[in-house]
Design a protein around this ligand. Structure first.
Ligand code: P6P
Length: 338
């Protein structure tokens, strides 16, 4: 008996999805291929960051006021480049760029999607070889096709996302993406240079034992959040614990672990930063979409992340995201607007 050991590549997987919807144009499949190509190129540089002069600061400060690492710029240019030269994207918003970028050429103006991304999240960890990642969010345009995309195309609430995903450049390189049909994970197979389906139909465990938060800010958090964190530390076998505190300082790595194994990730507002540190459009929204499709929850401590109406590209939001039962327990402390 011949056993077909071929694991579906990302391209083969998206084509099988496409075949189930003959009316689909294939633009989203092509968009995912473009993003995967950029991810492969970034992966090559991330994997040799210590060997070439791509390590360290680029000498500029980005719109976030953070030192820009050379890999940040390289990654930004790779993702923007494949999307600009593809057939599926009319424009982008990037963590590394002050404003939205409207591609405004004949093909792009007829493309029906826009993409928001953080090209290299956690880049402060590059120099110490800790996992970093790319995060992306895909929306169908609301503006008229045939004309340049507009600001309102990018400022849609997260519940309008068509797809979202991330790449984690870690012990292996994985691309995970969600549509409303499910969440699937693909591991880069160096032997064929393709992302191959390694984690089909990812589900976020209803509960878990990992809680991820920066304890250094503990006394800056609101009292309900402090009480919840204190409770995490007091969990015993009898009360669903004991919990483990895991915080890598790289959101993609922390949320990916909790998505797979169960857990809660928190970046609450603080006295110094009442809206927290993380960005709504290209960090909180894509992960909220992915985790909700996988059966988890994501709020800003009061409301569903995906229901927030954005007002500007780089706005921040507190973020609480993860396993349903852990999020529901958090809500008994913080309350939530239903
Ligand atoms: P802190 C990385 O800079 C990042 O944006 C996320 O990837 C990460 O979760 C967070 O900041 C860490 O922030 O303030 O705890 O160091």
């Amino acid at each position: 008996m011949i056993v077909n050991r071929n694991i579906l590549t990302l391209d083969e997987f998206t084509l099988t999805q496409l075949r189930q919807f003959p009316s689909a144009t294939g633009e989203l499949s092509r968009l995912l291929r473009d993003l995967a190509l950029a991810a492969k190129r970034v992966n090559v540089e991330v994997n040799k960051a210590g060997l070439v002069d791509i390590l360290g600061d680029y000498g500029t400060i980005n719109v976030q006021g953070e030192d820009v690492k050379k890999l940040d710029i390289f990654a930004n240019n790779q993702f923007m480049g494949v999307l600009k030269h593809g057939i599926s994207c009319a424009g982008i918003g990037s963590e590394e760029m002050d404003d939205f970028v409207v591609f405004n050429d004949e093909v792009s103006n007829n493309s029906k999607y826009v993409v928001l991304f953080d090209p290299l999240d956690g880049s402060g960890n590059i120099d110490v070889n800790v996992s970093i990642g790319t995060i992306f969010s895909v929306y169908r345009r609301v503006s008229e096709l045939g004309k340049p995309c507009r600001k309102e195309d990018f400022l849609q609430p997260g519940n309008k996302q068509v797809a979202a995903g991330y790449v984690v450049y870690g012990s292996s390189t994985m691309l995970v993406y969600a549509t409303r049909r499910g969440v699937n994970g693909f591991t880069l197979d160096p032997s064929i240079g393709e992302f191959s389906l390694s984690h089909p139909d990812i589900r976020c465990p209803e509960t878990g034992k990992f809680y991820s938060v920066n304890h250094g800010n503990f006394f800056q958090y609101d009292e309900p959040v402090r009480k919840y964190i204190d409770g995490c530390q007091r969990k015993t076998k009898e009360t669903g614990g004991p919990y483990t505190q895991r915080y890598i300082g790289s959101m993609v790595a922390d949320v990916h672990r909790n998505l797979i194994k169960g857990g809660i990730f928190m970046y609450p507002g603080t006295i110094e930063k009442p809206k927290g540190k993380l960005r709504l459009l290209y960090e909180a929204n894509p992960f909220a979409f992915i985790v909700e499709v996988a059966g988890g929850m994501a709020t800003d401590g009061k409301q569903r992340i995906l229901d927030i109406q954005p007002t500007e590209l780089h706005q921040r939001t507190p973020l609480f995201i993860g396993s349903k039962k852990m999020m529901e327990e958090l809500e008994t402390f913080t309350g939530v607007e239903k």
